[in-house]
Each structure stands twice: as structure tokens, then as C-alpha cells.
Design a protein around this ligand. Structure first.
Ligand code: KIV
Length: 260
């Protein structure tokens, strides 16, 4: 039996019972707020490349970036499962995947996430066999957007939908405890979820199609106004609040007065 911590076991037991929540965080204060608000899983996503570091996509993110941010998040989180993304080029072989996963666990992650289904089955199995819980990621794979023609919806043809289903089956066989389904046709996400014995987590894959959903924190709170994905459902407008506060501060600064 694969060893998994109790938090992950209890999330697995929620399949078909209650929806599972996952939100990204990349720093101490955000992770602490998100954890204290009661989220189930916090993803230190490689989306930090765009949200934190100003890169155009996730392909510039390094293991050092991920270690730095995962350590800060782990320091903040008391309750949620902390999942660290494995960045591009750090899991080319099963052996390299295990080294990367171990490095992320050593700075406080509870689990790791990596992109790819059938092509990464052996990589996931090797990590899981070492006792490290894995979240898979299928459908649109952001680390492959440059080679696979951008951020388009996946699963539009029967062949593509069948390939995503096979990816899910490979991730399950390899022993992952959950799998992110990104930007697929909503019916495809729903069909995969029905067939999948582990927790599916949707993003851009419709509501009520998966066992849970993941949101990028900045999309959720309106903290990155320069790009908002079409599927995002902002619940706040933090960027407006920041601009207002900064303008108010700038306007309130005074020159020396006689009184001092
Ligand atoms: O890096 C990330 O934020 C992700 C989510 C899109 C699932 O992988």
C-alpha cells in the first residue's frame, strides 16, 4: 500500500461526496490567508512564472524558483495539502522526476504535480513508489503550449477526447491520488470524472463536471488585470483596491509644515 498522509486520504474519500477545492498560492501571506479560509489543497503552481515573475508562460520556471516559493508557502500552511508543481525539464526521466519530487518535498510540499498522462506513467509510478503523493495533470498542458499550438480547448474531436481518457487511465494506474483536467470540452471532463476512481480537479473544464476545481489565486481575486482567462470567475477586484490605496497614499504625503 502506498503511504499517503491522512489529509490526502481524507480528500480521496470525498470522491462523489463533497466538492474539493484547490487554489494556487506562491508566497507566505497569500498561502496563510487561503489556508485560513479553509481551502483543501494549495497548489504552488508553475503559473508563478506569469503571476509572480512576469514571464509570458510557464516554460521559464526553474526548480530553484519552485523550491523558493514552495518553502515560503509551506511555512504558512497549517491545514491544507501543499502541492508543488514540477517545472518544465525537471522530469524528463523517471529518475530525474524522483529527484525533483524529493527536492520539492524536502522544502515542505505534501505532494507534487506533473503534466502529462500516458507519456509520464512510469515517472508518476516511480515517484509514488517512493511514498510521494502525486497529482496528475491532463488535457491542456501549459508547459507544452509552445509546441502544441497555444491555449486552445482540448478534447474537441473524438480522437482527442479518447487520448485524454487514456491519459487519465495511465495516471490512475501509476498511483496518483488526483488529476487536474485543464481546458477540455466540459462533456469530456464529466465523462472522465465518471470513469475515474481518483479525484478529478477541473480548471476551464466547466462547473459541476469534476470532483473539484482549482483556481489561480490572481484570477480569483482580480489581482492580475492585464490578463484574465475567459473561464475565470473573479470574486474580488484587488487590483482596483491596490491602485486606490496607492493613489490615496501618494496624495496624502505632505511637505514639511511649520507645526514640526
Ligand atoms: O500552475 C498552475 O497554476 C496550474 C493550474 C492551472 C492547475 O497548473
Amino acid at each position: 500500500m502506498i503511504t499517503m498522509n491522512n489529509k490526502i486520504q481524507s480528500i480521496l474519500a470525498r470522491k462523489g461526496q463533497s466538492p474539493v477545492s484547490e487554489i494556487t498560492a506562491y508566497d507566505y501571506p497569500t498561502a496563510r490567508l487561503v489556508d485560513e479560509a479553509g481551502v483543501d489543497m494549495i497548489l504552488v503552481g508553475d503559473s508563478l512564472g506569469m503571476m509572480m515573475l512576469g514571464y509570458p508562460d510557464t516554460t521559464h520556471v526553474t526548480l530553484n524558483h519552485m523550491l523558493h516559493h514552495t518553502e515560503a508557502v509551506a511555512r504558512a500552511v497549517k491545514t491544507a495539502v501543499v502541492i508543488a508543481d514540477m517545472p518544465i525539464n525537471t522530469y524528463e526521466t523517471p529518475e530525474q522526476a524522483l529527484q525533483t519530487a524529493k527536492a520539492l518535498m524536502s522544502v515542505g510540499a505534501d505532494a507534487v504535480k506533473l503534466e502529462g498522462g500516458a507519456a509520464k506513467e512510469e515517472h508518476i509510478r516511480t515517484i509514488v513508489s517512493a511514498g510521494i503523493p502525486v497529482q496528475g495533470h491532463i488535457g491542456l498542458l501549459p508547459q507544452k503550449v509552445l509546441e502544441e499550438g497555444g491555449y486552445r480547448m482540448r478534447g474537441k474531436t473524438d480522437e482527442e477526447a479518447a487520448a485524454i481518457m487514456r491519459d487519465m487511465e495511465a495516471v490512475v494506474r501509476a498511483g496518483a491520488f488526483s488529476v487536474v483536467i485543464e481546458c477540455t470540452r466540459h462533456a469530456v471532463a464529466a465523462e472522465i470524472t465518471k470513469a475515474c476512481p481518483i479525484i478529478t480537479i477541473g480548471i476551464g473544464a466547466g462547473h459541476g463536471t469534476c470532483d473539484g476545481e482549482v483556481a489561480v489565486f490572481h484570477d480569483l481575486v482580480g489581482a492580475f488585470p492585464w490578463f484574465v482567462p475567459g473561464f475565470a470567475q473573479p470574486k474580488a477586484n484587488i487590483s482596483e483596491d491596490i491602485t486606490r490605496a496607492v493613489k490615496s497614499y501618494i496624495g496624502g504625503i505632505q511637505l514639511p509644515t511649520e507645526q514640526f
